[in-house]
Design a protein around this ligand. Structure first.
Ligand SMILES: [Zn+2]
Length: 59
């Protein structure tokens, strides 16, 4: 059974329902996981691309 890369919980999910590139949500921590492989089933953590750097110091 595949595990969440974020919280390491075993994810009980039907392999047949998944396609590569599909995004699923971890039921434990809510992290978005991309299906990088279906055989064997593997997940990769989806990183938020909208990184906001609001720590500008204009002084
Ligand atoms: Zn998780």
């Amino acid at each position: 059974m595949p595990t969440c890369p974020e919280c390491d919980v075993a994810i009980d999910i039907e392999e047949e329902d998944l396609e590569e590139g599909q995004i699923v949500e971890c039921p434990e921590c809510g992290a978005e996981l991309e299906v990088v492989s279906t055989n064997p089933l593997e997940f990769d953590l989806v990183k938020d691309e909208e990184e906001k750097d609001d720590e500008e110091e204009a002084w």
